[in-house]
Ligand binder design. Structure first.
Ligand code: 26Q
Length: 768
C-alpha cells in the first residue's frame, strides 16, 4: 500500500474530530487506536472492494471459532506500512507500541480456532479466494486469573477497545428461523489483508439481534406470516463462546449458535448467487465450503432445505451439497465427537431435521449397511457421520492423525469411500509467528538469504550453510527475547525468572491427554533430586506454563492448582530456587504466545501418542528455533522427519505401544517399583500442598484408582520422559544445542500455512 505520512495524519485527525470530538493532541489511547485503524481502513477500501468482485470460484471456511489475536500490527505488517505508521505516530510524539494493550480478539478456544485464523491470513497472502464465516460472540474466551492457585474465570469484553477493523453490513442482514423464534442476523465484515500483495479477503461474523428493533419492511417481506418475535432472547445467541476444547457440551444454546451461523451464511450466499442470475445447480462451480470440524455441519441439511424451498428435489439438492461441502476432523477424542439428541434437534429445527432424515434415507438407498453406516441411530444424530457421508473430501490434520482416522475412528467409512480421505498437515502463518513476533531474528535471516522466505517458507532450508555463521546472532537474539519475556512475566505475574535460566515452555489448552501433569511430575522429580543433594549441578531451569482449563473440567482445574502449588514450593525454597523456577502465567492468549515462542529453549509437546491430532504450537516453537521435547504424536512426527529426530528430544510410548498396553495397563506395576514416582504421587495426598477443596486428592485418584487408572499413561511414560528431559537440560548451552535449535528453524518450511492452504486448494477446493 502506498503511504503518505501527511495525508495519513490528516485522516487520523479528521476521524478524531468526527468520531471522538478530539484531536491528535487531546486524544486518549483508545481514541487514537480507533482513528489510526480507521484511517488504514479508509486507504484499504479500494483493494477490498476489488477483491470482492474478483471472478472465479470462492471457498467459504465455516467455523464456530476464529482466534484472531491482535489485528493492528498484523494488518500494518501485511499492508507493508508498519514502519511508516510507526514513524508517522512518532512524529507527533506517539508510540505505536502503546496499542499492545488493545484486547486480543479471542473468538476461539485453541488450536482449531487459531488454525482458522492462520488459514485466512495465508489464503489472502497466497491469493486464494477464501472467506471466513462465523459468529461475532459478544464475549470471547474467558479471561483467566488465579486466586490462591485456583483458576477463576472473568468475562472477556473484547469490544471494550472498540472494533475499528469491522464493518457492519446491515444491507446483508437476514432472518434465521427457529421453531420458537425468529432472529435477525447482521454481518460484521473484517478485512483479511494478504502479505504485501494487495489481496483482501473477508471474515464475515454474524451477530444476532431482535427482528423487531430492526426493519419492519424487510421483516414483512421475508416473513409474511408474522408470529411472535422473541425480543429478549435474540442477542443471547451470540452472547458468549462456549469455552470447551476437545470436549462436547450438549447445550441447546450451542445448537442454536451453530444453526444461526450456517443458516445466515448460506442464505446470504444463495441470495447473491440467485441475484446474479445463476442456475442453482451450478452452485458448486462457484462455491465450496470447508467445515471446520462438526460444529458447522448443520450447513449440510440447511443448504438442502434452502434449495428445496427454491423448488429443487431432495436428490438434486443433495447432489449440490455433495459437490460443495468438505469436512476437516480435528480430534479423535471420543468425548469431542458431536452428537445431538434427535428430540432436541427436531424440536428446534423441524425442517432441518427432515433433511437429515433425508440423508439417512439416501444412505440406505445407496445400499450402505445400516448397522455399519448411520447418521441417525438410537435417538442420536451423529454429526461426523453426516459430514463424511455428504462431503466430497474428508481430511485429517497430520499424517499420523489421518492414518488413525482411516484405520480406527472412521474405518468403515474409509473402506467404503477410500478416495474421500486425504491428509492435509496443519500449518501456521510465518508472518505473525516469525516476522511479527521475532523481528530481530527475521532480520538476520533476511540478511543471509533475502526476503523470499516470507512467502515461500521452504527457502529457510537455504539458511543451513550459514548456521555456524549466524549462531552468535541467534544466541544473542534468543537471549534478548528471554530478557524481554522475563521482564514481562515479572510485571504480569510478579515472578522473577533469571534470563540466563533454560526456558522450558508448555503452552496449550489444559487437557489430561496433553499431560501437563507429566511435566509437573518431572519438576517434582528434579526438586527432590536437588533438595536431597542427589542431583548436583542441576542446569538452572525455568519451567513455564500457560493454559486455560474449561470452566467445567474438574481435573484440568486440579492440575492448574497442583502446578501453582509446586511453583510456590519451588520458588519459595531458598536452596532450590537458585537453580529452579516455576511459573504458570495467567490468561495465556495469542499475544502471550507470541512473546513465549520466541523466548523458549525447549518446546514441550508431550501428549499421549495418538491423541493430539496435530498440534500447531509445536510448529511455532520450531519456526523460532526451538527443539521439541515430545512424543511421536501429531505433527511432532513430521517435525522429526523434516528436522531430524537427532535434533529433537523424543521419548515415550508410540501409538502402537499405547494400543498394545492400554487395555492391560495397571499404573501400580510401575509405581510399586519406582519409589521416586510414588513419592511424587504422595505429595498429592500427604499434606505437602494445601488442598482445602480436595482437588489434589481427586487428581491422585485419577492416576491410581477408578475404572481406568492413569488413562493417559503418565506413569508409563514417566521414566523415559525424565531420561530425555535430563539429556536436553544437560545438552543446553553447548554450540551443538544451539545448532540443533537453528536446524529446526531451517527445516520449518513444510509447516507454513501457505503450503497447507495450497494443499487444500489443489486437493479439495480447486480455487485460485
Ligand atoms: C464441540 C461441541 C460442543 C462444544 C464444544 C465443542 C468443541 C469445541 C472445540 C470441540 C472441539 C473443539 C476444539 C478442538 C481443537 O482445537 N482441536 C485441535 O485442532 C488443532 C488444529 O487442527 C490441532 O492441531 C490439535 O491437535 C487439536 O487438538
Amino acid at each position: 500500500m502506498k503511504f503518505n505520512r501527511k495525508e495519513f495524519l490528516q485522516d487520523v485527525e479528521r476521524i478524531l474530530h468526527a468520531d471522538f470530538k478530539c484531536d491528535l493532541k487531546s486524544a486518549g489511547k483508545k481514541e487514537l487506536y480507533n482513528a489510526v485503524s480507521k484511517a488504514v481502513m479508509l486507504e484499504a477500501y479500494p483493494a477490498w472492494a476489488a477483491s470482492k468482485e474478483a471472478a472465479g470460484k470462492r471457498c467459504g471456511y465455516f467455523s464456530a471459532e476464529f482466534l484472531m489475536g491482535r489485528a493492528i500490527f498484523n494488518n500494518l505488517l501485511n499492508l507493508g506500512i508498519l514502519e511508516e505508521v510507526k514513524g508517522a505516530l512518532a512524529s507527533v510524539g506517539e508510540d505505536l507500541s502503546q496499542f499492545e494493550e488493545v484486547e486480543d480478539a479471542a473468538l476461539g478456544n485453541g488450536g482449531l480456532g487459531r488454525l482458522a485464523a492462520c488459514y485466512l491470513e495465508s489464503a489472502a497472502s497466497t491469493n486464494l479466494p477464501l472467506d471466513g464465516y462465523g459468529i461475532r460472540y459478544r464475549y470471547g474466551l474467558f479471561r483467566q486469573v488465579f486466586e490462591d492457585g485456583y483458576q477463576k474465570e472473568e468475562g472477556d469484553d473484547w469490544l471494550r477497545w472498540g472494533d475499528p477493523w469491522s464493518v457492519r453490513v446491515e444491507r446483508d442482514a437476514c432472518i434465521v428461523r427457529f421453531s420458537d423464534m425468529d432472529i435477525l442476523a447482521v454481518p460484521y465484515d473484517m478485512p483479511i489483508f494478504g502479505y504485501k500483495n494487495g489481496v483482501v479477503n473477508t471474515l464475515r461474523l454474524w451477530s444476532s439481534e431482535p427482528v423487531r428493533a430492526f426493519d419492519f419492511e424487510l421483516f414483512d417481506t421475508m416473513k409474511g406470516d408474522s408470529k411472535a418475535v422473541d425480543n429478549f432472547n435474540a442477542t443471547k445467541i451470540c452472547d458468549v463462546l462456549y469455552p470447551n476444547d476437545n470436549t462436547m457440551v450438549g447445550k441447546l444454546l450451542r445448537l442454536r449458535q451453530q444453526y444461526f451461523m450456517v443458516s445466515a451464511s448460506l442464505q446470504d450466499i444463495v441470495r447473491k448467487f440467485k441475484a446474479a442470475g445463476k442456475d442453482l445447480h451450478t452452485l458448486p462451480e462457484a462455491y465450496c465450503f470447508q467445515l471446520n470440524d462438526t460444529h458447522p455441519v448443520l450447513a449440510i441439511p440447511e443448504l438442502i432445505r434452502i434449495l428445496r424451498c427454491e423448488g429443487l428435489s431432495f436428490d438434486e439438492a443433495f447432489e449440490i451439497a455433495r459437490g460443495a461441502f468438505n469436512f476437516t476432523n480435528h480430534t479423535i477424542m471420543a468425548e469431542a465427537l458431536e452428537r445431538w439428541d434427535v428430540l432436541a434437534l427436531s424440536d428446534l429445527l423441524p425442517s432441518v431435521y427432515e433433511q437429515i432424515l433425508g440423508c439417512q434415507e439416501r444412505l440406505e438407498r445407496e445400499g450402505l449397511d445400516r448397522d455399519r453406516f448411520f447418521i441417525v441411530r438410537d435417538g442420536t444424530v451423529h454429526m461426523a457421520n453426516l459430514a463424511i457421508f455428504v462431503s466430497s473430501k474428508v481430511n485429517g490434520v497430520a499424517e499420523i492423525h489421518t492414518n488413525i482416522l482411516k484405520t480406527e475412528t472412521f474405518r468403515n467409512w474409509y473402506e467404503q469411500y477410500p478416495e474421500k480421505f486425504v491428509n492435509i498437515t496443519n500449518g501456521i502463518t510465518p508472518r505473525r509467528w516469525l516476522l511479527l513476533n521475532n523481528p530481530e531474528l527475521a532480520k538476520v535471516i533476511d540478511g543471509k538469504i533475502g526476503e523470499g522466505w516470507h512467502t515461500d517458507l521452504k527457502q529457510l532450508a537455504s539458511l543451513r550453510p550459514f548456521v555456524d555463521e549466524i549462531l552468535p546472532d541467534f544466541k544473542r537474539i534468543k537471549g534478548e527475547n528471554k530478557q524481554k519475556l522475563a521482564a514481562y512475566i515479572k510485571e504480569r505475574e510478579g515472578v522473577d525468572i533469571p534470563p540466563h535460566f533454560i526456558f522450558d515452555v508448555q503452552i496449550k489448552r489444559l487437557h489430561e491427554y496433553k499431560r501437563q501433569l507429566l511435566n509437573a511430575f518431572s519438576i517434582l522429580h528434579f526438586y527432590f533430586g536437588v533438595k536431597d543433594g542427589r542431583i548436583t549441578d542441576f542446569p538452572p531451569t525455568a519451567f513455564i506454563f500457560g493454559a486455560k482449563a474449561a470452566p467445567g473440567y474438574y481435573m484440568a482445574k486440579a492440575v492448574i492448582k497442583f502446578i501453582n502449588e509446586i511453583a510456590k514450593l519451588v520458588n519459595g525454597d531458598e536452596d532450590v530456587s537458585k537453580v529452579m523456577r516455576v511459573v504458570f502465567v495467567q490468561d495465556y492468549d495469542v499475544s502471550y504466545a507470541e512473546k513465549l515462542v520466541c523466548a523458549a529453549d525447549a518446546s514441550e509437546q508431550i501428549s499421549t501418542a495418538g491423541m493430539e491430532a496435530s498440534g500447531t504450537g509445536n510448529m511455532k516453537f520450531m519456526l523460532n528455533g526451538t527443539v521439541t521435547l515430545g512424543t511421536m504424536d501429531g505433527a511432532n512426527v513430521e517435525i522429526c522427519e523434516e528436522a531430524g529426530r537427532e535434533n529433537n528430544y523424543i521419548f515415550g510410548a508410540t501409538v502402537d505401544e499405547v494400543n498394545a498396553v492400554k487395555h492391560s495397563y495397571n499404573p501400580w506395576d510401575i509405581i510399586n517399583r519406582t519409589p521416586e514416582l510414588s513419592r511424587i504421587l504422595n505429595t498429592l495426598v500427604d499434606g505437602t500442598f494445601s488442598d482445602e477443596r480436595g482437588v489434589l486428592k481427586r487428581l491422585y485418584e485419577s492416576i491410581t484408582g477408578g475404572y481406568e487408572p492413569d488413562r493417559y499413561l503418565v506413569c508409563y511414560d514417566f521414566a523415559d520422559y525424565i531420561r530425555v528431559k535430563e539429556a536436553l537440560l544437560r545438552d543446553y548451552g553447548s554450540d551443538e544445542f544451539f545448532k540443533k535449535s537453528l536446524l529446526n528453524l531451517c527445516a520449518a518450511g513444510k509447516f507454513s500455512a501457505d503450503r497447507s492452504v495450497r494443499d487444500y486448494s489443489d486437493l479439495i477446493w480447486h480455487i485460485g
